[in-house]
Design a protein around this ligand. Structure first.
Ligand SMILES: Nc1ncnc2c1ncn2[C@@H]1O[C@H](COP(=O)(O)OP(=O)(O)OP(=O)(O)O)[C@@H](O)[C@H]1O
Ligand SMILES: [Mg+2]
Length: 294
């Protein structure tokens, strides 16, 4: 059942806890889904018993070969998909079961989600896209915070454009502003740099890094890219729906090596960064505007 006592209470010290999570597609267990496995009876255990605990204020990357369950894990953790069994606790609230409206409300207050293909509303302006989560959450759509966030992601002058007028990198920065506008505790990002060139990717990663290290938010990011993964504090590897190891203080090189061992093929749009002065810990100089508490 969905349990949380006060959604306005302080953040929990544990941002995400996943216990014995399973997600089986097909074979009638999930008849509503007619995905890649079809509904003809073949069962696919996309997640096969995953347990994981992530502290608040951590930046975690999830990596693994195609089909290993990364997106399924993220969707189940973010409450966008129901697991077959197991428990998910986000920011102290257990999300399994409960009413759909309770879950939706919680998700809108505590969770931000970033998709590979941005998922902006094409008919809304940039500013309207960013304020949308506030309106959906029934909050006063104070445009000032949205405007400040747009300035921080370097798009203060594009508020009235439509998403189609922006490049992919700019659209992803709008999507990040939209994900941050409700001050979520946890931001889930599924290959957020997968469709971006190196420079745009780096600015999006910089901004997520700041959300973690300046504002204590938690980021869980699926990526195929060892350089993107090197922005994280730790990397969890998935193989065939199970956890297959973890790497702390990752570098692009150590991540790429582990990916090769797992049989995945690491891809990077970005050249390996010279991380001068240990960029990801303390002395990070953002390429974009600086995210400040707004
Ligand atoms: N809606 C669905 N219906 C049936 N099977 C699905 C569905 N979604 C995913 N699957 C299957 O579950 C497994 C895990 O899929 P998932 O999308 O989580 O993998 P992934 O690691 O994100 O892969 P990629 O790197 O290609 O994005 C795959 O075998 C996939 O075919
Ligand atoms: Mg995926």
């Amino acid at each position: 059942m969905f349990r949380h006592h006060d959604v306005h209470s302080n953040r929990s010290a544990e941002a995400l806890r996943i216990a014995s999570l399973r997600k089986v597609y097909g074979g009638g267990e999930d008849s509503a889904s007619a995905g890649p496995a079809g509904s003809a009876g073949r069962q696919v255990a996309a997640l096969d018993g995953i347990s994981l605990s992530l502290p608040a204020g951590s930046f975690t990357a999830v990596m693994g070969p195609s089909g290993s369950g990364k997106s399924t894990l993220l969707r189940c953790a973010a409450g966008l998909d129901q697991p077959t069994s197991g428990e998910v606790t986000v920011d102290g609230a257990e999300m399994s079961g409960g009413s759909e409206s309770e879950l939706t409300r919680f998700r809108r207050q505590r969770i931000g989600f970033l998709f590979q293909q941005f998922n902006l509303m094409p008919t809304l302006s940039v500013l309207q896209n960013v304020t949308l989560p506030l309106r959906l959450a029934g909050r006063m759509a104070d445009p000032r915070r949205a405007v400040r966030l747009l300035e921080q992601v370097g798009l203060g002058d594009r508020s009235h454009d439509r998403p189609a007028q922006l490049t992919g990198g700019q659209q992803q920065r709008v999507a990040l502003a939209r994900a941050l506008v409700t001050k979520p505790s946890v931001i889930f990002a599924d290959e957020p740099t997968g469709a971006l060139d190196a420079k745009s990717a780096r600015s999006v990663l910089d901004l997520m890094w700041q959300a973690v290290h300046r504002h204590g938010q938690t980021v869980v990011m699926v990526t195929q890219d060892p350089v993107a993964a090197s922005y994280a504090d730790s990397v969890h590897f998935l193989a065939e729906g199970r956890l297959a190891g973890r790497l702390d203080q990752p570098t692009a090189e150590t991540v790429a090596e582990r990916m090769t061992q797992l049989g995945g093929s690491p891809t990077s749009a970005m050249p390996t960064l010279p991380r001068v002065g240990g960029a990801r810990r303390g002395s990070h100089t953002p390429a974009m505007g600086t995210l400040v508490a707004a």
